[in-house]
Design a protein around this ligand. Structure first.
Ligand code: ADE
Length: 250
């Protein structure tokens, strides 16, 4: 798969994809990542990429022409529906997008080609979202000064789901979110650290008991930290009883 990032700060990406799983996936030829300077697609002497917003207001808005030209020169198309039909996803990163979830990351990982547009300044001419982008995506309910850190997040989340990127094909299946639950807590040596012991069941060697503890701990952590996710989990009778028991203990 190939990921092209369109940005006014191509140097931002220097080195960030040279670590861990992303580095290995790139070295193994599973994923190719390239950052492109939006200014390459301007035609004026000052390489202007932004302009004042119609209707007034503070700040500057990224102009549509260089962005459309960039996507066209990278993919050959400028129409969202056509691009999507040919397996290309054009992602506009902005706080106005739909939320990046594990499910959406997996969907992007199945595309052959992803073009990522990093927004900047006060915004991006809306025609990019209306006509060019197949997806407008936000990485969370907070405002970054630009889409670049979000692009790093997206590339990481997508790359590790490309088949072969993780050690074994199954390792992504048991992770947080793949079942709508947070991951269970992990411990390693020492057994006692600063007066706190690892839960005894994990030292027991009792696989069924360990599995039961992990499921309950994951449920309990999800309920505490992510009540929004917990609401959507389906529980068996045993699990419901243990969660209710825990509620009583509070
Ligand atoms: N650009 C600015 N804030 C953003 C966010 N939360 N997600 C994606 N892109 C952004």
């Amino acid at each position: 798969m190939r990921i092209d990032i369109i940005t006014i700060f191509p140097d931002f990406f220097r080195g960030v994809f040279d670590f861990g799983i992303v580095r290995r996936a790139r070295a193994g030829g599973l994923v190719e990542v390239a950052a492109h300077d939006l200014r390459e697609w301007t035609h004026d002497r000052h390489k202007v990429v932004d302009d004042r917003p119609f209707g007034g207001g503070d700040g500057m808005v990224l102009k549509p022409e260089p962005i459309f030209e960039a996507v066209e020169s990278l993919t050959g198309g400028t129409e969202a529906a056509t691009l999507r039909a040919s397996g290309v996803r054009v992602v506009l990163l902005s706080p106005q997008g739909r939320a990046l979830t594990q499910e959406l990351a997996a969907e992007l990982a199945r595309a052959g080609r992803v073009v990522v547009i990093c927004g900047r300044y006060e915004g991006v001419d809306e025609r990019v979202a209306e006509m060019l982008a197949t997806d407008e995506i936000s990485i969370g309910d907070y405002v970054l000064s630009g889409g670049e850190p979000a692009a790093v997040v997206l590339v990481d989340a997508v790359t590790r789901l490309v088949p072969g990127a993780l050690g074994s094909e199954t390792s992504a299946v048991n992770e947080s979110f793949s079942e709508g639950l947070l991951d269970f807590p992990n411990y390693t040596r020492p057994v006692e650290f600063r007066g706190r012991r690892v839960p005894e069941v994990l030292l027991s060697g009792h696989h069924a008991e360990v599995a039961r503890w992990r499921r309950r701990a994951a449920l309990s952590k999800t309920r505490r930290n992510r009540p929004d996710l917990f609401e959507r989990v389906s529980l068996n009778d045993d699990e419901r009883a243990s969660v209710e028991q825990e509620e009583e203990n509070f």
